[in-house]
Design a protein around this ligand. Structure first.
Ligand SMILES: [Zn+2]
Length: 545
């Protein structure tokens, strides 16, 4: 098998080599593509063939096999397909690592292939070692004994709604040690509304060491809903359509909107699947899950920040981007950093500053900072490139665009392209906006300032959204245009994931968008269906690949 050399990612950024020696191009989407195996091929078989042909990608102690073996003890260390997921970009086959028929916890690799089964991406979390030291030594706890050991840490007896589910796993304790353990899933009796924050009613997962009985890991995996929050959506100027509104105006109830908060874990804090306001000083706690504050009250900006982060992340999850965040992002909704906000990639935190209008009172500021976090979650190190480099300017542009396009319906006909239009009312002197995404700038206006140059990028993406149907009078067409634009833009970020981001320029971002269009379409051998539109909106800005 040979790799194709006809992809649109510039080849000077990709080292293409023989299919069997391509360790160095792993992670560069578009850098390789194995010949299509055809739409009739079983994606699992293709994944197995790929992994076998590239055995250096799989941990050496393991054998890649298609079917479960009749006698696992004869081939004890195996990697074989577990699931095959379908997405707009094709198939994603998960390979699971096991030893003597017992799965290795988290020991997975994923082979990504196009709809007609050409492999173009591979991710690997396989454990390098065999768990030999663990086998056949000492006495092992039975499942009942493990449940008894667990009850001292998590009092679950008399509260389990269904029989606890227990399965054997090898659990990686540190980089080299694999412990034989029981993986226990529990569902405990719920009490709603939650009256006692210390109540441990929930879905839980526990890992109990099979020899020592130690609880190696205990996770609350439940996702509670429906709590309510009172927020600006996106801000009072837009809700009231009042251009004269000053930062200190008395606001009527119609300036607010009630939203549901999904995914709160039930502690009474604003803590859930995607965010945790733990960095906010004097954070609020509502045992009944009702976060109903007004501007100026403690908890309002914290609720805004949590509400919009979780809302946007859930919205993206509904569009196929459910596993972007490695962990809930920490939020400081009232940080002492002046009238400014930040995303901190190393501490995985969002910080929102003050001002006459606090930053987290303006939903577009929240979504802008969240945009940086999303990009970092997609491509680790996006934000640690040189200041004012094109890749950072693309980050500013993307974040402004996300903050605008997300509220396209609410802003329709009134401040449709504004970012920070409420925050800016608190500036000295007051202003109408922080930035806009409808600038007429082209590449001739390049100024080597990441926020100014970001306006070229945000405005191009805004044009793209309009050209895809965002300018339609039909709401469904506009929503579809937004979904298409989000799919293209987020997918394109994945194609800018190599370690040479300092060399990335806007033209590479354009190529990545063309690739995203192609690889999420039905026929990846052809340019994508929106190729002409994408090229046109970029050409207006002085960019062509
Ligand atoms: Zn920014």
């Amino acid at each position: 098998m040979r790799v194709l050399k006809t992809l649109s990612v510039p080849l000077d950024r990709v080292e293409v080599s023989e299919h069997t020696q391509m360790r160095e191009v792993i992670g560069v989407v578009g850098g390789f593509l194995t010949p299509a195996a055809g739409k009739r091929s079983d994606p699992r078989r293709v994944a197995v063939q790929f992994a076998r042909a590239n055995s250096q990608l799989v941990s050496e102690a393991y054998v890649v096999q298609n079917a479960p073996p009749a006698h696992p003890e004869k081939k004890p260390a195996l990697v074989r397909p577990s699931t095959a997921a379908r997405s707009p970009a094709g198939y994603h086959v998960q390979l699971q690592q096991s030893y003597q028929g017992i799965p290795i916890y988290g020991g997975r690799a994923v082979v990504h292939m196009t709809k007609d089964r050409g492999v173009y991406f591979y991710t690997n979390d396989l454990h390098p070692a065999r768990p030999e030291a663990e086998m056949g030594k000492g006495r092992h706890l039975t499942a009942d004994e493990a449940l008894e050991a667990l009850s001292s840490v998590l009092p679950w007896r008399n509260r389990a709604r269904v029989e606890p589910r227990c399965s054997k796993v090898f659990f990686p304790q540190d980089s080299s040690d694999l412990r034989l353990a029981w993986c226990i899933d529990l569902t405990l009796e719920e009490h709603t509304p939650i009256s006692d924050p210390a109540d441990r009613s929930a879905d839980w997962r526990a890992i109990v060491d099979m020899q020592s009985g130690d609880v190696l890991q205990l996770l609350n995996v439940s996702l509670y809903d429906w709590s309510w929050a009172r927020v600006f959506y996106p801000n009072p100027i837009v809700s009231l359509k009042n251009e004269e509104l000053t930062w200190d105006a008395q606001l009527p109830d119609s300036a607010y909107r009630m939203i549901r908060l999904a995914g709160l874990e039930g502690s009474g804090f604003l803590r859930g699947q995607y965010a945790d306001t733990r960095e906010t000083a004097n954070r609020v706690r509502e045992a009944d899950g009702q976060f109903l504050y007004r501007r100026g009250e403690r908890g309002f900006v914290e609720t805004m920040a949590y509400g919009f982060v979780s809302r946007v992340m859930n919205w993206l999850a509904d569009r196929g981007w459910g596993s972007l965040f490695p962990s809930p992002i920490a939020i400081n909704a009232s940080a002492a950093i002046g009238d400014n906000s930040k995303f901190l990639p190393n501490s995985w935190e969002l910080r929102f500053g003050g001002g006459k209008v606090m930053d987290a009172e303006d939903a577009s500021i929240i979504v802008h900072e969240l945009g940086h976090a999303i990009q970092e979650a997609q491509v680790r190190g996006w934000g640690t490139c040189l200041q004012h480099s094109p890749v950072r300017a693309m980050g500013e542009g993307f974040s402004d665009w996300l903050a605008t396009v997300y509220f396209a319906q609410e802003r329709r006909g009134y401040h449709p392209t504004h970012v920070g239009d409420w925050d800016a009312r608190g500036y000295l002197p007051p202003d109408t906006h922080l930035r806009r995404v409808d600038s007429s700038k082209t590449m001739d206006d390049w100024s080597a300032d990441e926020h100014a140059d970001g306006e070229i990028w945000s405005s191009t993406l805004w044009d793209l959204y309009l050209r895809l149907g965002g300018d339609s009078g039909d709401r469904q067409v506009r929503n579809d245009a937004r979904d298409t634009a989000i799919r293209l833009v987020l997918t394109s970020h994945l194609y800018l994931s190599d370690g040479r981001r300092e060399t990335i320029e806007y033209v590479h971002g354009l190529s990545a968008l063309l690739d995203a269009d192609r690889f999420t379409s039905d026929d990846v051998t052809q340019p994508g269906p929106h190729e002409r539109t994408i090229r046109d909106v970029f050409a207006v800005r002085g960019l062509s690949p």
